[in-house]
Design a protein around this ligand. Structure first.
Ligand code: ATP
Ligand code: MG
Length: 568
């Protein structure tokens, strides 16, 4: 298209409330505009990129025989009552009423709606498996909408739901989606890792999150570059160091440690490493006290603790000072030795320690030479966060930790919704069985933001070819120069004739302004037509590097085609 006719409102400055590159650049490059907190309108360039991402998703999902449908965002309360989620969803759900006072929500997700469609239309094993998806707007009244499209209140999601007749079928559907997701995010130019996600007590047989590695991500991911192991910090496991402790186990004794209730203080006071001091953390769960004992240099992992206690994090509270005194101990000095009526959970690494320190359950006193199994007992399990440099649980290689943006998630739902909503089918034997479900989301608008996060420099966006809104921009240096303009139009036409999306910057602007805009909006290839057009020479430049090449107009088409082929 001719740029003079296009609506690309670029800006020199980013809005004040934008903190991260993708948010700043999406506004500056005229991709989108904010309407109100967490709500965006997409302008032509932004929409083209979104369409490209959607098409990549469609191609890969259709390849797996998933079929696209489109559901309404407006959903009646009754459906959500059936799944028992109307109240569970809480404040994140946008709720509204019709003129007769009937309650609705703007769908934050569509498990209920898809289950409802399938239960009405499908009743035999002969019609299974089936995988349906849509690409549509979701509404979530997020507590903190932020970072532009990364966490907004209205966003575009691709959500797919699979219905199978048995577990084996679900596993296959899940694997196919996993495979498609890898292809989708690679085509989008993201450096992704599929991490095992925690499914909490609500359970389900498994879940993976697809994470785009990025500093601005909200999750910490541990991953191994030797094998494919990757997991969210909440879930990440690690291989224990193979420590054979030669130390002779000594007798436990009480030592005076005045005003040293914190690990750091104690470590300085004792002149001992923090890893030699065991940290006791006490919680109250369903009225009972639980002590978690971990090494002083580690962090307790609340998700692992919650899973062990078969509850969710929200139901675990720190024990109060009264609770601790009530258990015959002293706040700041609690420890597992001779502590009654408190369940003791011991991290695996504690088992490997000899002669370590713990609180003595007495003000200003600790115990030294404490040994697990000798001085106290407890259930041994993995209770701590893995960290950078811990060993991969699969291959023992050292793991790295990086932040990631969750761009997609796969979930084995099993029969949760089919049971609650009677989504059944008749099997080969004529028995009525619940369908086995999976659900699979991709944040389309979040993916757009993640792409910009990975592909930009100080001048602007650098679109990966496949998602780029236009592939080539043709810039005549002087639009008043007839020879330049005619050549530019010829080139524009010939590039379009080979099926490329091209912009011709015919604006009455200085070349510098045009170059800046081309860089900002991130078009992968720039062809500049200047004075040398009289010699049949134009400039060829890729957005991703600084080289400017003079090439003959005759070789231009081939050169552009080579670039396109190479990038695909
Ligand atoms: P998060 O933990 O980031 O809130 P979620 O677990 O609530 O995500 P899902 O319900 O699994 O997300 O939704 C599927 C996908 O939709 C996510 O992987 C993410 O890419 C996207 N998504 C979720 N919430 C938002 C949001 N507020 N803004 C933009 N994209 C979102
Ligand atoms: Mg969420």
């Amino acid at each position: 298209m001719y740029m003079s006719k296009m609506f690309i409102p670029t800006l020199k400055e980013a809005p004040n409330d934008s903190e991260i590159a993708s948010h700043k650049l999406m506004i500056r490059a005229g991709l989108a505009r904010s309407l109100t907190s967490g709500v965006y309108n997409y302008l032509p360039l932004g929409l083209r990129v979104l369409d490209n991402i959607k098409n990549i998703i469609r191609e890969e999902l259709n390849e797996k025989d998933a079929q696209e449908i489109l559901c309404s965002a407006l959903q009646p309360r009754e459906l959500w009552e059936e799944s028992e989620r109307w109240s569970d969803y809480g404040k994140e759900m946008f709720r509204l009423e019709d003129r007769n006072g009937r309650a609705f929500c703007l769908g934050p997700t569509h498990e209920e709606v898809f289950t409802n469609i399938v239960r009405r239309e499908i009743n035999s094993y002969k019609q299974l498996p089936i995988n349906l998806y849509q690409i549509q707007n979701k509404y979530r009244d997020e507590m903190r909408p932020r970072f532009g499209l990364l966490r907004s209140r209205e966003f575009i999601m691709k959500d797919a739901y699979s219905f199978d007749k048995d577990e084996a079928g679900l596993n296959k559907s899940y694997e196919e989606m996993y495979d498609a997701y890898g292809k989708i995010f690679s085509r989008c130019g993201l450096d992704w890792r599929a991490v095992l996600a925690d499914t909490g007590v609500i359970g389900g047989a498994g879940s993976h999150q697809f994470m785009a590695l990025s500093e601005v991500g909200e999750s910490d991911i541990l991953y191994c570059n030797n094998c494919s192991y990757a997991a969210d910090k909440e879930k990440a496991e690690f291989m224990l160091e193979n420590q054979v402790c030669e130390e002779v186990k000594l007798c436990c004794e009480k030592i005076y440690t005045p005003d040293n209730s914190k690990i750091e203080e104690l470590s300085t006071f004792l002149g001992e490493k923090r890893s030699k001091i065991a940290k006791s953390l006490v919680f109250k769960v369903n009225g009972k006290l639980v002590l978690a004992l971990i090494r002083g240099d580690r962090e307790l992992n609340m998700v692992k603790l919650a899973n062990e206690l078969k509850t969710i994090e929200e139901y675990i509270e720190m024990a109060s000072e009264e609770d601790i005194r009530g258990a015959g101990s002293e706040p700041g000095y609690i420890g597992p030795v001779n502590l009654e009526n408190v369940e003791i959970l011991v991290d695996r690494e504690i088992q490997q320690l000899s002669n370590f320190y713990t609180g003595a359950n007495e003000k200003n006193y600790h115990l030294k030479n404490v040994n697990f199994g000798v001085d106290f007992k407890g259930k041994v399990l993995d209770l701590v966060d893995a960290s950078e440099g811990d060993k991969c649980p699969h291959c023992g290689n050292l793991m790295r930790m990086e932040r990631g943006i969750e761009v997609g998630q796969l979930f084995k739902l099993g029969t949760k919704y089919s049971n609650l909503m009677q989504c059944n089918f008749l099997n080969e034997k004529g028995e009525n069985m619940p369908m086995i479900m999976g659900c699979y989301g991709i944040g389309v608008t979040r993916t757009l933001a993640a792409i910009i996060e990975k592909h930009h420099d100080d001048k602007g966006i650098i679109w990966p070819l496949e998602v780029a809104p236009y592939k080539v921009i043709v810039i005549p240096v002087n639009h008043k120069d007839e020879a330049q303009m005619n050549a530019a139009k010829d080139i524009y036409r010939s590039l379009r004739s080979i099926g490329l999306d091209v912009i011709l910057d015919d604006r009455d602007q200085r070349a510098g302004v045009k170059f800046k805009d081309a860089d900002l909006i991130g078009i992968p290839l720039r062809i500049t037509i200047g004075r040398k057009i009289s010699e049949g020479i134009v400039e060829y430049k890729e957005r991703s590097n600084d080289n400017i090449e003079e090439i003959s107009i005759d070789s231009l088409l081939q050169r552009v085609q080579d670039f396109i082929v190479k990038k695909n």
